[in-house]
Design a protein around this ligand. Structure first.
Ligand code: ANZ
Ligand code: ZN
Length: 836
C-alpha cells in the first residue's frame, strides 16, 4: 500500500507557494475586508520548540481559513531579536550578538517555512535591525517631548545575575522573570515611561475587549490579571497636621491615603514609610539614632519581603505627633517598613480596630485600639481587627451611619475643609525602561554639562550600537567602555557631551511591532497611519498567557499613546486574544533543563509537517494543555494516509487507481447510500466551518473530518460523482490543517487550480437532514428488523409497515402495548404467535 510521500510533496508545494507569493497580504477593500492574524513573535533562541509550533500552527489555520473565506489576511512574522541570551553567548563564546542572532534567525526561519506557516515574508522584521530600532528611538523622543518619558531617581529592582534593573512587571514573586534570581532594591537614576497616566484608561478599556458579537474579545482571566495589576483603589486623602515632640504644630501637613475614610475617628497612630521625606525633619533628637538604624535596615529589604503576610511587625517611634483632622486628637507618628514609599502617599493613618496589619502593629508596640465600626451582628472579635462593613460608633457627627455611606461623607467632609477628599490610587507603577545591557536599543539621549539630558535630533537617528566592543561579563555594560561612541557634541549647544549608555527594555521593541507590520519598510516614520489604520486593531492575536501583565499591558499603553499622537484611530491594538495552552511531556512543560523536549525537526523528518500540524491541533483544544503522544502521532499519520488513498481512487495514474477501495474493507459499520453520503458531507462542512470560526474548535473539526472519511469508506460505489464531491470536500476542509497533502491530492484529482486559492465550501442546508431514517423494530424488546422509512412518516404508517414486515418473516404479534420513539424505534409488547 503506497504511503504518502510527504518529503517530495511538502518541498514541492512550499516552493510553489513561495513562487506564487501566495501569502502576500492584499490591501483590504470593502469586498475583501481585513483580517490581521498576529502571533507573538519569537525570540530567536536558535530553535523552534513545540510551544512555538503550537502557537504558529493555530495562527496558520486561522489565516488559511479566513483567506479562503474571502478576507484579506495579514499574517506576518518577525523576530524579537534583542535580549540577554545573545549577549551571554558573546561573553561565553566570543560570537558577536548580531552574528549569533542572525544565525539563529536563519535556522528558525527555515523551520517555519518547513512547517508551511503561511506568512507574508515580505514583511519580516527583526527588532535588532537599525531600520527597526531607530523607530524605538523616535518614539522615545516623542514621548520625552510629551513628558511621557522621564528620568528619576528611585528604588528599583536589581537582578544581580542579569546585571540589570527590571520593571515591576518583570519581577514575579520577588524573582527575576528571566533567570529566577531573587531581586534586590537599588536606588538609581533611571528612565521611565509614564504608563500611570493611562492607568484609568487601561482599566476602562477592558470594556472594549470583552467578548461581543463583533469580536471574540479577550479571555476574562487575562482581563482580571490586568485589572489586578493596575489595582485601582477608591479612597480618600486626609491631611494630618504634624506636631513636634512637645506637640506644637510644625506647619507640615502629612497626607495619608486610606480606602476607609469612614474609620478616621479610629486612627490611633500614624505610620510613615522609612523613606518618607518628612522622616528627617520630624524625628525628635532623642529618637534619631534608633530611627537612623531602622531606616538603614529597611533599605536592605525588598518590597516583597516588606509586605509579606504574617511577617512580624517592626517599627520605631519618631518622637513626633500628628493631629487628627476630624477630632483634633494628637496621635504618635511611627516609622515602619510595612508602609511602602511608592504607594498612595507613603504615609498611613493606622486604625488597629479595623485593619489587621495595624492591629498587629498596635499589639506589638502597645498602642491603643479604638473601635469605630459596630459589626451588623454586634459581635466584635476580641483578638483581631474587624475589617467588614457595619455601623459607625465613636465617630461624632457620623455615628449611626452605614460604613458605605460614611466613606463618602467623611471624604466629602475632608474636601470641604480643604484637608484632602475623595481620590483614586493605582498599584500600577511607571515603567522602568533603562537596562544596563549592550544588546538593546540605545536610549537616544546625550548628557551635557550645560543642558542636562538632551534628546538626539530625530534627523540623526538611528543611534546605532557600536560593534567594536568587548564582552567580559564583568562590571558595567560594554557601552560604558565604547569611548569613541560615547563622546558626542550636545545636540543643543554643541559642547562635548556623553551618550546615555543604558539601552531600552526589550519590551519596548515588542510594544509596537504589530503596527510596524502594516508598513514594515517605512523609512520616514514608524508606520504610515493610512497603511496601519485599515488593518487595526489586530483581528486575532495568539500567544502565551504569561504576557498578561507585561507585553499585553505595554502594547495597550503604546497604542493609546499613538492614538493621542494621531498615529492610529483605534483605542486598542488587539481586538481578540487567544492564549494557547502549554505543550507537555509526562505532564510537565517541555523544557531543556528537564530533558523532556520533543524536537519539531525530528517529527517533521519522520512524519512530515502535515502530520505534525494535525496532531498538534487534534490532541487538545488550543487553550488547554497538550500532552505529547507518539501513539497519537501514529494515528494521525494513518488518518492522513487514508485520506491520501481515497483521493487516489480519482487519480490519473493506473497504479493509484488500482488502490481504489470499494465497500467496507477499510471501514467499520454498515455501508451507506448516496443520500447519506451527501448528508455526511454537508454535516462536515457545517461542523468544520463553525468549529473553526466560532470556537477555535480545531480538534472537533478534525474529528468531524475523520467521521466523514469513515463515511466515504462505507460507500461502495467509491469513484462515482457523489463520492468525488465528498472526497473533494475532505480536501477543502482539511486544507488549513494539512496544506501540502490536500494541495497535492487536489491536483492529482485533475484540478489545475490551487486548492489554497479556492473559496471555502458552502453548506447546502437542505441536505443536512436525512429524508429517511432507520427504525428498529422490536418484539418484546428484542430486535427483529430494521426498516428504512421517510423521516416525516406518521406513527400509524410506521406501525403498519413494521407489522407487515414482521408478518413477512412469519412473526405475528397481538400487541397489548406499543412503544414508539419517533425516528428510532417501535416495540410491540404482547403475545407472539409464531416465530422462526
Ligand atoms: C486606614 C485604614 C483603615 C485602612 C482600615 C484600611 C482599613 P489597598 O486596598 O491595597 O489600596 N495603605 C495606604 N498606603 C499604604 C502604603 N504606602 N503602604 C502600605 N499600606 C498602605 O489598601 C489601601 C489601604 O492600605 C489604606 O487604607 C491604608 O490603610 C493602607 F480599617 O487606611 B487604610
Ligand atoms: Zn549642551
Amino acid at each position: 500500500m503506497a504511503t504518502y510521500e510527504f518529503k517530495t510533496i511538502e518541498d514541492k508545494w512550499q516552493a510553489e507557494w513561495e513562487r506564487r507569493k501566495s501569502w502576500v497580504a492584499p490591501t483590504p477593500t470593502k469586498e475583501r475586508p481585513p483580517y490581521f492574524m498576529l502571533v507573538m513573535f519569537p525570540y530567536p533562541s536558535g530553535n523552534l520548540h513545540m510551544g512555538h509550533v503550537r502557537n504558529y500552527t493555530i495562527g496558520d489555520v486561522l489565516a488559511r481559513f479566513h483567506r479562503r473565506r474571502g478576507r484579506s489576511v495579514l499574517h506576518p512574522i518577525g523576530w524579537d531579536a534583542f535580549g540577554l541570551p545573545a549577549e551571554n553567548a558573546a561573553i561565553k563564546h566570543g560570537v558577536p550578538p548580531a552574528k549569533w542572532t542572525g544565525e539563529n534567525i536563519t535556522v528558525m526561519r527555515g523551520q517555519l517555512k518547513k512547517l508551511a506557516i503561511s506568512y507574508d515574508w515580505d514583511r519580516e522584521i527583526a527588532t535588532c535591525d537599525p531600520t527597526y530600532y531607530r523607530w524605538n528611538q523616535w518614539i522615545f523622543i516623542k514621548m520625552f517631548e510629551k513628558g511621557l518619558a522621564f528620568r528619576k531617581k528611585a528604588p528599583v529592582n536589581w537582578c544581580n545575575t542579569c546585571g540589570t534593573v527590571l520593571a515591576n512587571e518583570q519581577v514575579h514573586d520577588g524573582k527575576c522573570w528571566r533567570c529566577g534570581n531573587p531581586v534586590e532594591q537599588k536606588e538609581l537614576e533611571q528612565w521611565f515611561f509614564r504608563i500611570t497616566d493611562y492607568a484609568e484608561e487601561l482599566l476602562t478599556g477592558h470594556d472594549q475587549l470583552r467578548p461581543s458579537d463583533k469580536a471574540k474579545g479577550w479571555p476574562e482571566q487575562v482581563l482580571a490579571m490586568q485589572a489586578n495589576w493596575i489595582g485601582r483603589s477608591w479612597g480618600a486623602h486626609a491631611d494630618f497636621a504634624a506636631l513636634d515632640a512637645a506637640q506644637k504644630p510644625t506647619g507640615d501637613p502629612i497626607r495619608v491615603f486610606t480606602t476607609r475614610p469612614d474609620t478616621l475617628f479610629g486612627a490611633t497612630f500614624l505610620v510613615l514609610a522609612p523613606e518618607h521625606p518628612l522622616v528627617d525633619k520630624l524625628t525628635a533628637a532623642s529618637q534619631r539614632p534608633q530611627v537612623e538604624a531602622y531606616r538603614a535596615a529597611a533599605k536592605k529589604l525588598s518590597r516583597i519581603a516588606r509586605t509579606a503576610e504574617g511577617r512580624e511587625k517592626s517599627g520605631v517611634f519618631s518622637g513626633a505627633y500628628a493631629r487628627n483632622p476630624v477630632n483634633g486628637q494628637a496621635i504618635p507618628i511611627w516609622i515602619a517598613d510595612y508602609v511602602l514609599t511608592d504607594y498612595g502617599t507613603g504615609a498611613i493613618m493606622a486604625v488597629p480596630a479595623h485593619d489587621q496589619r495595624d492591629y498587629d502593629f498596635a499589639k506589638a508596640f502597645g498602642l491603643p485600639v479604638v473601635q469605630v465600626v459596630r459589626p451588623r451582628d454586634g459581635k466584635m472579635p476580641t483578638d483581631q481587627a474587624f475589617e467588614a462593613d457595619g455601623t459607625l460608633i465613636n465617630s461624632g457627627p457620623f455615628d449611626g451611619a452605614d460604613t458605605d455611606d460614611a466613606k463618602k461623607r467623611v471624604a466629602e467632609f475632608l474636601k470641604e475643609k480643604n484637608l484632602g477628599g475623595p481620590t483614586v490610587t493605582y498599584k500600577l507603577r511607571d515603567w522602568l525602561l533603562s537596562r544596563q545591557r549592550y544588546w538593546g536599543t540605545p536610549i537616544p539621549i546625550v548628557y551635557c554639562q550645560a543642558c542636562g539630558a538632551v534628546p538626539v535630533k530625530t534627523s540623526d537617528l538611528p543611534v546605532t550600537l557600536p560593534t567594536n566592543v568587548t564582552f567580559t561579563g564583568q562590571g558595567a555594560s560594554p557601552l560604558t567602555q565604547a569611548t569613541d561612541w560615547l563622546s558626542v557634541p550636545c545636540p543643543k549647544c554643541g559642547k562635548p557631551g556623553r551618550r546615555e549608555t543604558d539601552t531600552m527594555d526589550t519590551f519596548v521593541d515588542s510594544s509596537w511591532y504589530y503596527a510596524r507590520y502594516t508598513d514594515p519598510k517605512n523609512t520616514t516614520a514608524p508606520f504610515d497611519p493610512a497603511k496601519a489604520n485599515p488593518w487595526l486593531p489586530v483581528a486575532q492575536y495568539v500567544g502565551g498567557v504569561e504576557h498578561a501583565t507585561m507585553h499585553l499591558i505595554y502594547s495597550r499603553f503604546f497604542h493609546k499613546v499613538f492614538r493621542d499622537m494621531g498615529m492610529v484611530s483605534t483605542d486598542e491594538p488587539f481586538g481578540s486574544l487567544m492564549t494557547q495552552g502549554m505543550v507537555t511531556l509526562g505532564g510537565s512543560a517541555m523544557s531543556k533543563s528537564k530533558g523532556n523536549v520533543v524536537d519539531p525537526n525530528e517529527v517533521i523528518r519522520n512524519y512530515g509537517a502535515d502530520t505534525c500540524r494535525v496532531f498538534i491541533l487534534f490532541a487538545a483544544p488550543p487553550t488547554q494543555q497538550l500532552e505529547w503522544s507518539d501513539k497519537q502521532i501514529e494515528g494521525i499519520w494513518r488518518f492522513l494516509n487514508r485520506v491520501w488513498r481515497l483521493a487516489q481512487a480519482f487519480g490519473q495514474d493506473d497504479e493509484a487507481r488500482a488502490l481504489k477501495r470499494t465497500g467496507t474493507d477499510e471501514a467499520s459499520g454498515n455501508t451507506i447510500g448516496e443520500e447519506e453520503l451527501v448528508r455526511e458531507t454537508n454535516v462536515a462542512i457545517q461542523r468544520v466551518t463553525t468549529d473553526i470560526d466560532r470556537d477555535f474548535g480545531f480538534n472537533t473539526a478534525i474529528a468531524a473530518l475523520m467521521e466523514l472519511v469513515n463515511a466515504i469508506y462505507r460507500y461502495p460505489p467509491l469513484g462515482d460523482a457523489p463520492s468525488r464531491a465528498a472526497v473533494e470536500t475532505v480536501l477543502h476542509l482539511l486544507a488549513p490543517f494539512a496544506p501540502h497533502l490536500t494541495e497535492e491530492a487536489w491536483q492529482r484529482m485533475g484540478h489545475s487550480t490551487l486548492l489554497s486559492e479556492e473559496p471555502w465550501p458552502v453548506v447546502d442546508a437542505s441536505k443536512l437532514v436525512a429524508s429517511t431514517v432507520e427504525i428498529v423494530v422490536q418484539v418484546n424488546g428484542k430486535v427483529r428488523e430494521r426498516l428504512t422509512v421517510p423521516a416525516d412518516a406518521a406513527e400509524e404508517d410506521v406501525r403498519a409497515r413494521a407489522l407487515e414486515s414482521l408478518e413477512k418473516r412469519g412473526v405475528r404479534v397481538t400487541p397489548q402495548r406499543i412503544i414508539y420513539v419517533p425516528k428510532k424505534l417501535v416495540n410491540f409488547v404482547g403475545r407472539q404467535e409464531a416465530a422462526n
